[in-house]
Design a protein. Structure first.
Length: 222
């Protein structure tokens, strides 16, 4: 199965470099190139792709707003953010906008290819622990705890007590094996709980689960 990738960057040379790497792979194809966010949104709407490799710093519509619109309108399309630093405000904003992960621009070609395959398969590229570091770093941009209802309150109430406990551990950055040890459960049981949590909350992956838990005050920044 060929993974169709849209390249979004305002620098033509970078698009050419990424294109050469992707086209060297038998299971990948460059479905198109866009030089700004607005063009990317339009192209995905006209010709759905599997993965969008999205720069964030672009003139006009930036990669964050483009990610938000693509995720809302094309739920089956995954977005992989390109950023400069691992603790980058843009990476944080990209994950909150619905990206399935982020990758440093100086990543090696094999890392780029592995990340695209991972995202295309439905997994998240960024480890939950790194997501938590991002959320802790930029906690001031999270919704303030004013005591009122949060946007996910109804969804949270649909979780069982066990599922909520598992979600909190996921938000702490623990793996399934670590959660199993923490809660005295079988690892397979934890995996089942995580799948049900994602389904009930309408989330794409564990990274989005961490963001959700922080935004809905199930855990708090360190």
């Amino acid at each position: 199965m060929t993974v169709r990738v849209l390249l979004v960057d305002d620098q033509p040379l970078l698009r050419v470099a990424f294109s050469l790497v992707l086209e060297s792979q038998p299971d990948m194809a460059v479905a198109g190139e866009a030089e700004d966010g607005a063009e990317a949104v339009r192209m995905v709407a006209e010709h759905p792709v599997d993965v969008v490799l999205m720069d964030v710093r672009m003139p006009g519509m930036d990669g964050i707003e483009a990610t938000r619109r693509i995720v809302e309108r094309s739920p089956d399309t995954r977005v992989l953010i390109l950023t400069t630093f691992d603790l980058d405000e843009y990476a944080f904003a990209g994950l909150r906008a619905g990206a399935s992960g982020f990758l440093l621009k100086n990543a090696r070609p094999d890392e780029l290819l592995a990340a695209i395959r991972c995202v295309a398969a439905g997994d998240a590229v960024v480890a939950p622990r790194i997501t938590r570091r991002l959320l802790d770093t930029f906690a001031s941009q999270l919704p303030a705890d004013g005591g009122g209802p949060t946007r996910g309150e109804a969804a949270v109430s649909a979780l069982t007590a066990r599922e909520r406990s598992v979600l909190v551990q996921v938000a702490r950055g623990l793996s399934n094996a670590e959660i199993a040890a923490e809660l005295s459960l079988a690892e397979a049981t934890v995996k089942t709980h995580v799948s049900r949590i994602l389904l009930k909350l309408g989330l794409r992956d564990r990274v989005q689960a961490v963001v959700f838990a922080y935004e809905n005050r199930l855990v708090h920044p360190a």
